[in-house]
Write a protein that binds this ligand. Structure first.
Ligand code: AMP
Length: 433
């Protein structure tokens, strides 16, 4: 009963802005992509790791960088009753590196190859393809500098895409150098932009002080025009970074993976070094709907308190992969096993059906029932709707006689068999069909 201080409010609840339900009709897409990822990661040698959704807020501030959009604008943070400052993970990588260090995974033979699947949270402007809770598959190869691993991850993205029927995807790729060559490049960028500061958008004017490389990938048209004249990273790479990048591109050529060099791709996070890349549907070029992205982060583990451990990784946006599958009308075949529908009438048969349901399920038969419906007719109607192959009818007489009726739902023919032999009889009929 509402009290005086709690007036009766008539309202219907909705998902919070930017959040959405994934309905039963869409689950086949999600199952398909997860299955493909599970199979391919096994072939490629990845092990699964799951980390908590909530982490110490400072892990992301330190790992991603205080002056990034994610940390400045998009992170969901909270303070617990005990006073801890936590954040809903806005991405996986810092959390995976924390887990790697905390659980002694650094003592395993390297490279350590890990993957995760799960939600991330970003307080972004909600629109189609941009959600505040979205789902990623995240892949990391930890502890190797070899450029072949950068190419191998890109190859993995294309293998997954191909398996789910997505073609016409292009890789955008760039190298943003390392701690040796990037400072000089950064200075060049700052001096280039300083004289043009007034022409920049408000965000970029601020970024110029804190994260100047972000100016290169601003999507405001006036900033894009200026960026087109800006110094490009690849002209300032040291010998090591240059050689590494050249090798990555050679491997991609060898694998016949489509890519374009994008000198403005910087990925915006502090931890990246050398190779950075994103995957785009061909028709989306120029819009903000990348399917995935990643790169090298040779300094991240050290930054989080570990040893120098060069690593590379990427995240795939599952929501966007599925949206693209739908937009391109890719069908996911639901390979349903033939359905057996259990129909019962009367109290005794209802009781018997409970055990029988379990027996059929244990025998590997896909079984359904509608125990709450009373008439045979209404239960058969449901069996029909669900396209059951066979119905097993257990009426009062059958329950007493220890028999059951097997009804072929296509031909309508019926046969009485002993209850003890029902599994064998059902299997025989399915085989003959
Ligand atoms: P990022 O590391 O930010 O480039 O994220 C990697 C991928 O995750 C992106 O390319 C998107 O496919 C996906 N993603 C990131 N944020 C969102 C979001 N808010 N909504 C939907 N997908 C997202």
């Amino acid at each position: 009963m509402p009290t005086k201080s709690q007036p009766k409010i008539k309202r219907s609840f909705q998902t919070a802005k930017g959040m959405r339900d994934i309905l039963p009709e869409d689950q086949a897409y999600w199952e398909k992509i997860r299955k493909v990822i599970r199979n391919l990661t096994r072939t490629y040698g990845f092990k699964r790791i799951d980390t908590p959704i909530l982490e110490d807020k400072d892990l992301f501030v330190k790992g991603i960088g205080a002056y990034t959009d994610i940390v400045e604008k998009e992170m969901y943070t909270l303070r617990t009753k005990g006073g801890e400052k936590l954040a809903l993970r806005p991405e996986f990588t810092p959390a995976i590196m924390r887990a790697y260090l905390e659980n002694g995974l650094s003592s395993l033979p390297h490279p350590v190859m890990l993957y995760s699947l799960g939600p991330i949270f970003r307080y972004e402007r909600a629109q189609k393809g941009r959600y505040r809770q979205s789902y990623q598959a995240n892949f990391e190869i930890i502890g190797e500098n070899d450029p072949i691993l950068d190419a191998k991850l890109i190859q993995l993205f294309f293998s997954i895409s191909k398996e789910i029927g997505l073609k016409e995807i292009i890789t955008q790729i760039n190298s943003i150098g390392c701690s040796r060559c990037r400072p000089a490049y950064r200075r060049k960028v700052v001096s280039f932009y300083r004289s043009r500061k007034k022409q920049l958008c408000v965000d970029c004017q601020r970024r110029l002080q804190q994260n100047p490389l972000r100016l290169l990938d601003c999507k405001e048209s006036k900033c894009m025009q200026i960026a087109a004249q800006a110094p490009q990273t690849i002209d300032y790479l040291c010998e090591d970074c240059n050689g590494h990048f050249k090798n990555v591109l050679e491997y991609l050529d060898e694998l016949e993976i489509p890519y374009i060099l994008n000198p403005y791709l910087v990925r915006g996070l502090d931890y990246y070094t050398k190779t950075v890349f994103e995957f785009w549907p061909e028709e989306e070029e120029g819009r903000q709907i990348a399917l995935g992205g990643g790169g090298r982060y040779d300094n991240l583990i050290k930054l989080l308190g570990g040893k120098d451990t060069p690593s590379v990784g990427f995240a795939m946006g599952l929501d966007r992969m599925i949206n693209l599958m739908k937009a391109r009308e890719i069908k996911v075949a639901s390979k349903n096993r033939p359905l057996i529908f259990l129909v019962q009438l009367g109290e005794l048969s209802k009781k018997r059906s409970l055990g029988l349901f379990e027996e059929l399920r244990r025998a590997g038969l896909e079984t359904a029932s509608s125990f709450s419906r009373d008439t045979i007719k209404s239960q058969l109607r449901i069996a029909n709707k669900r396209q059951a192959r066979l119905a097993l009818i257990l009426g009062q007489k059958e329950a007493l006689d220890e028999t059951i009726i097997i009804r072929d739902m296509v031909s309508g023919s019926q046969e009485v068999v002993p209850l003890a032999k029902v599994v064998k009889e059902v299997k025989k009929r399915l085989k003959n069909n």
